[in-house]
Ligand binder design. Sequence first.
Ligand SMILES: Cc1ncc(COP(=O)(O)O)c(C=O)c1O
Length: 345
Amino acid sequence: MKMLKKKISNYTGSKYVVLTASGSSALHLSFLCIGLKKNQEVLIPNLNYVATSNAVYQCGGIPHFVDIDEKTLGMDFYKLDNYLEKNTRIKNKTCFNIKTGREIKAFVPMHTFGNPVNIDLAKKIKKKYHLKLVEDAAEAIGSFYKKKHVGTFGDCGVLSFNGNKTITSGNGGALLTNSKNLAKIAHHLSSTAKVVTSTKFTHDSLGYNYRLSNINSALGLAQIEKLKSFLKYKKNIYNQYKIQFKNIPLIKIFECQKNYKTNNWLITAILDKRIKNLKNRLLNEANKKSIKCRPVWELLSRLKIYDKAVRMPDLNCSEDLYERIISVPSTSKQTLIKFYNEKNQ
Ligand SMILES: Cc1ncc(COP(=O)(O)O)c(C=O)c1O
């Protein structure tokens, strides 16, 4: 366990790493550690995996969905700034939603499919509105913003080592932070808030069994040693798609912004607006041929479980991209074997 922590810390540059049973549990711990309380709001991109907003609910918080930016597929910080200017007021360094009267505690940029968002803009929002910044980098191990690993810019960040991620420990995740105190709380809460002395075995608050097991850690350790070659392999696949799609009109392979480095976790085809009505047909035809293309997640604002969540009135970009995104197969056993065989010849 210690060795995996150290490797993640060295690779990401995060001072502290708390290993967890999943990315979802790392998210829950993050919100507990930043002090998210009942009825406080958390700003989350509308195009997102459900684990982020679920973790807010677990703490009694209220997800508040905001729009995304076509250039990054992550939070649109310009739109967010504009929205917060008009809809919030700051009192005693605390941000309040004028309409609901509730405190807005934090925002959670997510690095969609491994593509970094603009962290400089995120930092400005954090400062201007006195918000906690939790980075959901669950999909983004191996992604960098201006040479610094994502998940290391905010109060804390989250990685996932789920089976479908760039590296896996079976199930697993990590909370990254540069705060000793936050790491200490996260570690404590992840171990059922246990306090053990030679005469006592007790629990000083409500805690959780969120630790990564030793067996899962061992798997993670073996995987992180291969991370660089996995990233190279993913880049190869991405380049192949770029070549193959170059002359296909009306479909573009999504390109990460210059200066940012993506891990190419999930490669994304974007349909031109003129052919968005073909998305389902393309998905059906591809899957019939065993080409495992996938639609993007249902928008969070459309999930019944979040009927009572707050949302920006204008979620146009996420609504538009929802109709046009197709995730294309981004790893395959055959190409992986071929890659290793060629490398080892
Ligand atoms: C953006 C995002 N956040 C959180 C998670 C949750 O991670 P886990 O599956 O390890 O619980 C995932 C993925 O699985 C994810 O894609």
